[in-house]
Design a protein around this ligand. Structure first.
Ligand code: NAD
Ligand code: MG
Length: 393
């Protein structure tokens, strides 16, 4: 029986993962080791009971007693806090879903690699902040990382049987998010509610807002570089409003292999869960005759400054990815809290990177996780100062 753990089980990716595990036999097929979540302990407990998990962990200490009550008599162990999540990740599982949102997913993902097995990586922030360390950790323990981000799963599938050395470019697509057709001068006044709707994908709030600002695609460019090890100038972004083509890989003979499918994360999650097999998955089928046409255009650099920032981050290397992600998370928190406007997010990130790299703080290649976490903390602090100055702007 295959053992599985799901980190961030109560989120959007976590729910889809739970849905697939249940659909593939649940506790008759899988032995569930750990499930983790946040404040939604009722749902976490429900999932833990349904899968017969060994341990359920909430990220919040003040939720522990509720979780304990909800799991009373179930035989499921309970725990709380970041250290308990890391401890749960150190328990061996054959397959681990990394679906915590943000840099908080970094340490659990690392711990999960320490016992080998497969890490299904939805948490792109791990690769953005600590890509080389994460890939090295996987090699050291003979663990496997499978991409879950839809674009990266698409590239991975397009590369089956191919030689990476023959790849000329990798193009990831972007829907353009909630504001792709808004007049530019309206963007500054976009509200949190408006930014939290996505034209095609149903996702967690943070990644949905990151899709509107294109910070999500910026992270994904860096994720592409770290996962596939190709150079930044081979990575392209194409606006594709229909979200049916997820990525294209161009080869040196002029051939291009694209991956298509309806926008449903259960495809990429299911691919990673069943790899190298392809299982029957409960996702909508692509109907191109009904879609009629697919459209593409180059992203507008004025509307989406995040894409330029991603290129600068990749060129600078070192701890820049960690600082970029942390400053972005701080700016996103401030936007959600109503402290700064939508377009100020990119300004905050750019100013934070300028200040940190001006101080020579980001040049070093991270030697270990502590260096990454320190750069993350410093970038949050600097971004916080800039946000305070810009507040209301
Ligand atoms: P979500 O907000 O819906 O869920 C996040 C999960 O992480 C929840 O279980 C939450 O309780 C937990 N969590 C949040 N903060 C935490 C913390 N500090 N410590 C521990 N746990 C914490 O997010 P999501 O949309 O499911 O995204 C999860 C990850 O997958 C992100 O990295 C995102 O970029 C990536 N991703 C998501 C999608 C999608 O369709 N939702 C697609 C591609 C990639
Ligand atoms: Mg994606």
């Amino acid at each position: 029986m295959r053992s599985v753990s799901v980190f961030g089980a109560t989120g959007s990716i976590g729910e889809s993962t739970f849905d697939l595990l249940t659909g593939q036999g649940g506790r008759d097929t899988y032995r569930t080791v750990a499930l983790t979540g946040g404040r939604n302990v009722a749902r976490l407990a429900e999932m833990a009971r349904a899968l017969g998990a060994e341990v359920a962990v909430t990220a919040h200490d003040d939720c522990l007693s509720d979780l304990r009550d909800a799991l009373a008599g179930s035989g499921v162990e309970v725990a709380a806090g970041a250290a308990a999540i890391a401890e749960a990740a150190a328990r061996p599982a054959d397959w681990t879903m990394s679906a915590i949102v943000g840099a908080a997913g970094l340490v659990p993902g690392f711990r999960a690699l320490s016992h080998g097995g497969t890490l299904a990586l939805a948490n792109k922030e791990s690769l953005v902040t600590a890509g080389p360390l994460l890939m090295a950790e996987a090699r050291r323990h003979d663990a496997r990382i499978l991409p879950v981000d839809s674009e990266h799963s698409a590239v991975f599938q397009a590369l089956v049987g191919e030689d990476l050395a023959t790849v000329e470019h990798i193009t990831i697509t972007a829907s353009g998010g909630a504001f792709r057709d808004w007049p530019l001068d309206r963007l500054a006044r976009a509200t949190v509610a408006e930014a939290s709707t996505h034209p095609n994908w149903a996702m967690g709030q943070r990644i949905t807002i990151d899709s509107a600002s294109m910070f999500n695609k910026a992270l994904e460019m860096i994720e592409t570089r770290e996962f596939f090890g190709i150079s930044p100038d081979q990575i392209e972004v194409l606006l594709h409003p229909e979200s049916l083509v997820h990525a294209l890989v161009g080869f040196r003979d002029g051939g291009v292999i694209a991956h298509l499918g309806t926008p449903d994360m259960r495809h990429a999650i299911g691919y990673a869960l069943n790899w190298p097999d392809r299982a029957h998955l409960p996702v909508g089928r692509l109907d191109l005759a009904r879609a009629g046409s697919l459209s593409f255009r180059a992203p507008d650099p004025v509307r989406y400054p995040a894409l330029r920032l991603a290129r600068e981050v990749m060129a600078a290397g070192g701890l820049c990815g960690a600082a970029f992600n942390a400053a972005k998370e701080a700016a996103l928190d401030a936007f959600i809290a109503g402290r700064i406007g939508f377009t100020v997010m990119a300004e905050v990130v750019e100013a934070a990177l300028e200040r940190l790299s001006g101080a020579g703080a980001l040049g070093m290649a991270p030697g270990d996780l502590d260096m990454v976490l320190a750069a993350d903390a410093e970038a949050r602090r600097v971004a916080g100062e800039i946000i305070t100055l810009r507040q209301g702007g």
